[in-house]
Design a protein. Structure first.
Length: 381
């Protein structure tokens, strides 16, 4: 009998506050890497709040947003409910992988400690950028007590180490992968796709991110009048949902941009690639960005990028210097000039960018890095 026939899969439980259909980074990454782990003898299961579009999931209830739910007693009650529902799954795990922050992550960590299970934690951005050492003291302990800390980007790790003392050894960076759904098209295919989507403008701009203040969409909208002068029929497609939508739609009308800006809401990845591939330029005007997987998705579809000089923007631009152009944050005038200059070339991404995306940022490559982490912290060597 072969060695593989004697192998028992390593059991990893992914703990995250949400999974798809939510489009947050800590919803997408667990599912993406889990899809490639079976091939390396690792079995992934999930603990999350409903809903979720995955199998092998243990649902736990949310804390709630009512006044009583937010009291200390409400927190204890919610934590107890989570612990009762998640205990069996945590106990059956070889490794517990925590994604982001929140009550669910803290309770799952407590259970893992109780059952003697090693923890890996992935930090995505807001869990670090907005970390308050006093208010979030318990989460800080979760991060420091993990067997390994994985950061979404080098900039995030540097900030956590230098400003918060959270990136203690061992800590490492594993960049999020690009799903194979995102791919470039030939000239004729792209022309046909643009026609199918009704995109007939001379310049089509695309941005994809949740609609909230740090996304910098207000800056992009204020840059649009200058862009319209150069490209009178320009079309900006905004994909995403969030609390800022009403304010952004109001600003669009105030700036008389209704004929140039289209809010498309949330679009699943199975369809999202069509917009990336059709766009002439992808613009990410973020005021705060840890990494920016959407930039890589755009590049994978052949579309060059203009991004602000956030930590994530600078890191992606350093890796793909030919196809990512940086601009200043919170400066609509400079943003407009950068977009206009980038649009003049009207070219697609280089072969160097495409090759690097395939070899270094594929799902299998990312899953292999996580598999190494899981095995290094597990008792199963």
């Amino acid at each position: 009998m072969s060695k593989n026939q004697h192998t028992t899969p390593l059991r990893v439980t992914m703990v995250t506050p949400h999974l798809p259909p939510t489009q947050a980074a800590n919803a997408l990454l667990p599912v993406v890497i889990a899809s490639a782990l079976d091939s390396v003898e690792i079995q992934a299961r999930f603990i999350t709040h409903p809903p979720a579009e995955v199998s092998e999931v243990c649902y736990v209830s949310q804390r709630g947003r009512g006044l009583w739910a937010r009291t200390p007693m409400g927190g204890v009650t919610a934590a107890t409910r989570i612990a009762l529902l998640a205990a069996t799954q945590i106990a059956a795990s070889d490794v517990v992988h925590l994604h982001g922050n929140g009550l669910l992550v803290e309770v799952a960590n407590w259970l893992a400690v109780r059952f003697g299970r090693p923890r890996v934690i992935t930090l995505y951005g807001t869990d670090i950028w907005h970390h308050d050492p006093l208010r979030h003291r318990q989460f800080g302990q979760v991060v420091r007590q993990a067997a390994t800390r994985v950061f979404y980007s080098q900039g995030l790790l540097d900030f956590a180490r230098d400003q918060l003392d959270l990136a203690i050894d061992p800590s490492e960076v594993i960049h999020a992968p690009v799903a194979p759904t995102f791919h470039e098209l030939g000239v004729d295919e792209r022309r046909t796709l643009r026609a199918e989507l009704g995109l007939h403008a001379s310049l089509v701009l695309l941005t994809v991110k949740r609609l909230h203040p740090v996304a910098g969409y207000e800056d992009l909208l204020r840059a649009m009048p200058a862009i319209c002068v150069r490209y009178p029929d320009v079309k900006l497609l905004i994909i995403g949902e969030g609390e800022s939508r009403f304010a952004l739609e109001t600003l669009t009308r105030e700036l008389r941009l209704s004929d140039h800006v289209q809010f498309l809401g949330s679009i699943p990845n199975e369809e999202l690639w069509r917009y990336y591939a059709s766009a002439d330029l992808f613009v990410l005007p973020s005021r705060l960005e840890s990494w920016g997987t959407v930039m890589l998705e755009a590049l994978a579809c052949g579309t060059t990028v203009v991004a602000t000089d956030t930590a994530g923007g600078c890191e992606v631009a350093a890796i793909f210097p030919d196809d990512v152009q940086l601009t200043l944050r919170e400066n609509p005038e400079v943003l407009a000039s950068t977009v206009i200059a980038a649009a003049e070339s009207r070219r697609r991404t280089t072969q160097t960018t495409q090759s690097r995306l395939l070899t270094e940022f594929g799902v299998e490559a990312c899953a292999a890095q996580y598999a190494t982490v899981y095995r290094s912290v597990s008792k199963k060597l």
